[in-house]
Design a protein around this ligand. Structure first.
Ligand SMILES: [Zn+2]
Length: 394
């Protein structure tokens, strides 16, 4: 998904494009049928020979999406650029087609990029990892990202009109801007490869348990030990139990490995938390934030659950990662939950910070360090996702 609840955007094209409508009564049809319809005579089709005519504004008003001033009487409109199947949305280039889906309120729309998986991955890998990194690290990253994408699609895709968001909430996706020869090499050389493992729950595991994909999370810099997914995302796949990582310190920038103290205004912290988690209103003003659960890795601890106490005299708990991203959604200041939390005057202070990201699964800086030492992608993945193996889906 590229845009959420947008009221306007600007498109541009290097080629003519079609606009195909999905009428309200066909909206209940399965998604596959809709995609097949693209090959059938579109209804109605608006073939634009706009090449070189400049930007195309998209707006929404009175419950209708308008493209270049022409309103469409449909809940959903698909914009299909012809060869080379590229469009520009708000200044960024993407491959594939663009679905504009009217929100139920009729006042805004979502924009979803439909794109083949391998092209999508090219737009992800270049955004997630510098393309000048070792080719084996890029290949490991590609296999992990492909696995993660297919898992999220399988798990959640059927219930919503899109598979993944383009931010850190899922995987960063920057479209064609992120592509390069090195990135495409990593994608092409690992085509169809994913990681699989015996499936949770552990009591169901047996010699004949089927292998399947799992959410192959990854993060920038684990800080010295990757985290058990159970403590962060609540799932318990064998490859996500956490491993020591003596590697990332060699690659991560010092200010990311040991990040500087981060301060947040106490009133802002309460406001952000109450807005995101209305149930916390019963606490009143938050007066104490303390680690309630942490992983101890001999030398440092990653907080995995925080206890929040308030002026009303009671307390509640949040996963530490949810707490972190509520305070700092981009994670640029509060880079991880490996830190100490203290109150200083009217501020909350996070100090002795270490690592960048949630720490679950492959450590990206660690993967680069291993590749520099001559390890190949298979070895990197086997290290960070123990008890998994690579298989080829297509
Ligand atoms: Zn690491």
């Amino acid at each position: 998904m590229l845009l959420n609840d947008a009221t306007a955007c600007t498109l541009d094209f290097a080629s003519p494009f079609d606009v195909t409508c999905v009428t309200p009564d066909s909206n209940s049809q399965p998604q596959e049928e809709f995609f097949e319809n693209l090959d059938a005579p579109p209804r109605p089709t608006w073939d634009s020979q706009r090449r070189g005519r400049g930007p195309v504004p998209v707006t929404v008003s009175a419950g209708k999406i308008s493209i270049a001033g022409q309103p469409f009487d449909a809940n959903e409109v698909t914009v299909c650029p012809k060869e080379p199947h590229v469009f520009t949305l708000n200044g960024s280039d993407y491959r594939g087609t663009l679905r504009l889906i009217l929100d139920p309120n009729g006042e805004s729309f979502d924009a979803v990029n439909n794109i083949p998986l391998e092209s999508y991955l090219a737009g992800v890998i270049g955004a997630e990892m510098p393309d000048y990194w070792e080719s084996q690290a890029l290949k490991a990253q590609t296999i992990a990202a492909r696995t993660y994408c297919l898992y999220i699609k399988k798990r959640f895709g059927a219930d919503r009109s899109w598979d993944l968001s383009k931010t850190q909430a899922h995987q960063v996706y920057r479209g064609i801007d992120a592509e390069s020869t090195q990135i495409w090499n990593a994608v092409n050389q690992t085509e169809g490869m994913v990681l699989v493992c015996k499936q949770a729950p552990p009591e169901a595991l047996g010699a004949d348990a089927a292998d399947d994909i799992f959410p192959a999370y990854y993060s920038s810099t684990c800080g010295g030990h990757t985290e058990n997914s159970k403590n962060v995302f609540g799932d318990s796949f064998e490859p996500l139990a956490g491993v020591p990582c003596p590697y990332c310190q060699d690659v991560a920038r010092p200010k990311f490995f040991f990040w500087p103290m981060a301060e947040f205004d106490a009133a802002d912290v309460t406001e952000k938390l109450l807005q995101r988690y209305p149930r916390l209103k019963q606490l009143g003003q938050i007066t104490d934030i303390a680690p309630a659960q942490q992983s101890d890795y001999a030398g440092f601890c990653r907080v995995t659950k925080v206890k929040l106490s308030g002026t009303a005299g009671n307390s509640d708990f949040l996963r530490a990662e949810d707490f972190r991203l509520t305070l700092d959604p981009t994670g640029t200041k509060l880079k991880s939950t490996i830190c100490e939390i203290a109150k200083s005057g009217d501020k909350w202070v996070f100090s002795f910070g270490r690592g960048y990201g949630h720490g679950v699964g492959m450590c990206q800086c660690g993967a680069q360090a291993m590749a520099r030492q001559g390890k190949i992608a298979d070895q990197i993945l086997a290290y960070y996702y123990p008890n998994s193996h690579i298989t080829r889906l297509y």
